[in-house]
Design a protein around this ligand. Structure first.
Ligand code: GLA
Length: 784
């Protein structure tokens, strides 16, 4: 609910189910931030008096606002938005250079409006929702007459507030907009913990905590994409916050380009958080009457720790970001050709692979890179979006038919934003690539970025991609983007507009994404940028799921998927089981343990099933059956993090709390550590559940020459006899099987069978045999 409180100057209170946000307009006209956090009761403007900072004298060596307000300095007040050059020396919200060269701005309140409904941004994707209220407050710059409209939207159920800002050049001259942030939240305290998610290719979303007690901490990307180097999602917590307790704020941005999250502590121990477009190499020239929209920023707060905050973000993404046919629809189990064949594909190989996929229960077959132009490696042909008939003699159409005849849906890989120098497209339009003519150009995966700041290039790609997607019965598209920016320059834009390239590129990308997703509403689009180089809320407005990382190693994925789970629901995170030794790490993890990690998300397979052992194929068949049974829960249930150390513990619970799946994953065996318990999360405390696992796979060979401890004759390890016994004698693996109430499963936890500790093993499954990188899945189903 949004309320305007009447008083000498207006004040505004925004309430969600469990949080409140309050600010008021000061006597001098700037908006003073009063509060953001757990819900508080405020009935009238007098109730806010207690909260507000009292001022009585001028602070030495600071700028007093003016003669009439000598005890008031903008340097030491919490603000909703700050201009530049009037005494506030912290991170500005807006920076604009007037025609006379001056930078100083002073935005003061002009009017406000409370409206129900969510207004879409005109130039960028934004959240949606029916039951949303919006507050729009207009400010006017005292120096040059510019206008800023701050918009706030309240998503009550999800405890989310979003903010955007619009700058209107209501002056009479052309100006340069150097920065426009999306949100600004000032806290009256220092020493907050900022959690950011850093990484690089195949090591995305590594969470790092930084305590900011002084100075400035910046999380940002300057890669042209939201990037795997620094995801735009961050958390800000009070010291002592943990997974299930403590104050945690979450911030994210609905934007896929260069972003900037700065946390700055000033000299008076106030912390400012701003988030928005990265101001580096940003400079927008705005003529009188021109407008500029900042991306929508998403904010949430929970006093129930990181997990509480994550629940809010997950609900928000599922209900207000991901849209279209697939937003709530069960996603198919797919088989992707990349790690099976890389570029070496042809119709015969693909159809053979698809047949194997069908046998094990796969639903969708995806042909990855290599199907078009002269594409035999990553050096050529990007941009030449016509089928390579040597590889696919019956075209995409013919292949799709064959795959459909196998009984699978068919999907295709594209990378529409890129061009290789060695391509017909580049040869025909060298000026369509982002590069500085005549200058040395740096390389990234041997490809260049198409200039999407140029509308003609986007138009061309819309047509080209529409031709591809309608060239056969295509049910799925994997949209890749494999290069970060360098030598940024648009040959289309004039010299004085080169500071607009990054943002105009992203607007071009969104136009293409909107056109294609709207033209093919039934097609499932999966985003990808060398894995997670563009995993953000902007991309999720078009692509319901994103290939989270090119890393398919189960152990590496634990950290990556755990990292994503702070800000993103599992329905967005695509995860594949691949071959071992793993192609990124050479690590070997058995097939059931690879599945245990990949099933927490949108499951797929990416390996050469045609070459696989029979046992592995039948394991996969069983996995897919299990996944299908719990799919709704795995993809759209509530996800909870548990332990995260040598043992990683995850739980996902269906919305109706009738089903849940838990996982423990042990990174390494620790000797003589028999006892381990699994603590469920999110269950209905009063429901009774059948808690069970499938029997773990154990074999005689796993014990090596220890077998001699139980045999009357000596057995040579790996000898003929050893093999024979292994074939005919199978010890029972551990199984857990109990019924218990939800509260017991959550609070007391389940004491699991003791881990192997050198002695005490029997053939009856009383001991849990878990090697390095082994997992167990636990299923919970309500019993009446
Ligand atoms: C990127 C993607 C991979 C694969 C290759 C194809 O690296 O992340 O999944 O599609 O491109 O070139």
């Amino acid at each position: 609910m949004i309320r305007k409180l009447k008083g000498e100057n207006p004040a505004f209170v925004l309430d969600t189910q469990n949080t409140s946000y309050a600010f008021r307009i000061m006597e001098t006209g700037q908006p003073e931030h009063l509060y953001y956090g757990a819900k508080i009761t405020v009935n009238d403007v007098a109730d806010l008096e207690a909260l507000s900072e009292k001022r009585a004298f001028q602070q030495g060596n600071s700028i007093a606002y003016d003669q009439e307000h000598l005890s008031f300095t903008l340097e030491d007040v919490s603000l909703e938005m700050s201009g530049y050059g009037k005494g506030d020396i912290r991170e500005p919200f807006v920076e604009v250079v007037a025609a006379d060269g001056s930078f100083t701005t002073d935005f003061v309140y002009e009017s406000d409006e409370i409206k129900s409904g969510k207004t879409e941004l005109k130039t960028l994707p934004s959240s949606f929702g029916d039951d949303v209220e919006g507050l729009h407050v207009t400010f006017k710059d005292k120096n040059n007459g510019y206008t800023i409209i701050l918009s706030y939207y309240v998503f009550e159920k999800e405890d989310v507030i979003t903010r955007t800002a619009k700058f209107i050049n209501s002056s009479s001259a052309t100006v340069s907009l150097r920065r426009l942030m999306s949100t600004q939240v000032d806290f009256n305290e220092a020493g907050l913990i900022v959690s950011t998610f850093r990484g690089a290719w195949i090591k995305e979303m590594q969470m790092v905590d930084t305590k900011v007690s002084a100075g400035k901490f910046v999380n940002s990307s300057f890669t042209g994409s939201s990037s795997n180097r620094a995801n735009p999602f961050i958390m800000v917590s009070r010291e002592g916050a943990g997974e299930y307790q403590g104050d945690v704020y979450g911030f994210n941005l609905i934007y896929s380009g260069n972003h900037y999250e700065a946390v700055e502590v000033n000299a008076y121990d106030k912390t400012r958080v701003v988030t928005g477009i990265n101001p580096t190499q940003f400079n927008f020239s705005l003529k009188p009457g021109d407008e500029f929209e900042a991306p929508e920023a998403v904010m949430t707060f929970s006093k129930d720790g990181h997990n509480g905050m994550s629940q809010n973000m997950h609900a928000f993404v599922n209900d207000h970001i991901v849209r279209g046919e697939w937003s709530k629809k069960a996603r198919p189990v797919l088989l992707n050709s990349w790690e099976a064949n890389y570029f070496d594909i042809n119709e015969g190989k693909l159809v053979a692979l698809a047949k194997k996929g069908k046998e094990v229960g796969v639903e969708l077959f995806v042909m990855d890179d290599g199907w078009f132009g002269d594409r035999h490696d990553d050096k050529r042909a990007l941009g030449d979006w016509f089928v390579n008939t040597k590889k696919l003699p019956h075209g995409v159409k013919g292949l799709a038919e064959k795959i459909n005849n196998v009984g699978l849906d068919f999907g295709i890989w594209i990378e529409p934003e890129m061009v290789n120098v060695d391509s017909d497209l580049y040869r025909a339009h060298p000026d369509w690539a982002i590069e500085i003519p005549g200058k040395h150009h740096s390389e990234g995966r041997n490809q260049r970025i198409l200039d999407f700041a140029n509308p003609e290039v986007v138009d061309y790609m819309i047509k080209s991609m529409k031709d591809v997607i309608s060239s056969g019965n295509i049910a799925y598209v994997k949209w890749d983007m494999n290069r970060i920016f360098s030598d940024v320059y648009s040959q289309y834009l004039p010299e004085d507009c080169q500071g607009e390239v990054f943002h105009r590129y992203i607007m071009g990308f969104y136009r293409l994404a909107k056109e294609l997703t709207e033209s093919f509403p039934k097609v499932l689009f999966e985003g990808c940028a060398s894995g997670g180089n563009r995993f953000d809320l902007g991309a999720l407005c078009y692509f319901p799921q994103i290939w989270a990382s090119d890393d398919t190693d189960a152990v590496a994925r634990l950290t990556i998927q755990n990292g994503y789970s702070y800000g993103y629901p599992m329905s967005c995170v695509s995860a594949h089981v691949s071959n071992v030794p793993n192609h990124q790490t050479l690590r070997k993890v058995d097939i059931e343990h690879r599945f245990a990690v990949a099933c927490f998300g949108v499951l797929g397979y990416e390996c050469n099933l045609s070459d696989m052992k029979k046992e592995d194929l039948s394991a996969i068949k069983e996995q897919i059956e299990t996944y299908k049974k719990f799919r709704e829960c795995m993809q759209f249930g509530d996800f909870y993090r548990g332990k995260f150390g040598n043992v990683v513990e995850w739980t996902v619970v269906s919305k109706d709390k009738k089903q849940a799946v838990g996982m423990i994953f042990q990174k390494e065996v620790r000797p003589n550590s028999p006892f381990l318990d699994y603590h469920a999360k999110g269950l209905d405390p009063l429901k009774k559940y059948h808690f069970y696992s499938k029997e773990a796979k154990v074999s005689i060979k796993m014990f090596g020459d220890l077998v001699n401890g139980v045999t009357p004759i000596h057995i040579k390890q790996d000898g003929f006899l050893h093999g024979l016994i292994d074939k005919f004698v199978t010890p029972k693996g551990d199984v857990e099987d109990y019924t218990a109430y939800g509260d017991a499963l959550m609070n007391a936890g389940v004491g699991l069978k003791p881990a192997f500790s050198s002695t005490g093993f029997d053939m009856e499954g009383s001991v849990r045999i878990m090697h390095d990188h082994n997992a167990r899945l636990y299923f919970m189903e309500e019993v009446q």
